[in-house]
Ligand binder design. Structure first.
Ligand code: ZN
Length: 54
């Protein structure tokens, strides 16, 4: 089973949700997915943090 989530830019004030992805449901509680992705609003690569879609 997988859960859907957004990857939102951690540097944008608006926290743009630039990417949509999914991951396995089983994960440690404090283990948040953080990926380096290109943010078109910052116009550079930034850290993106997961936000679970409810
Ligand atoms: Zn950004």
């Amino acid at each position: 089973m997988r859960i859907n989530l957004f990857l939102s830019c951690t540097k944008c004030a608006a926290r743009h949700q630039n990417y949509r992805t999914s991951r396995a449901k089983v994960q440690q509680k404090d283990a948040k997915l953080v990926l380096n992705k290109y943010c078109k609003f910052c116009r550079k690569t930034q850290k993106h943090k997961e936000e679970i879609i409810k």
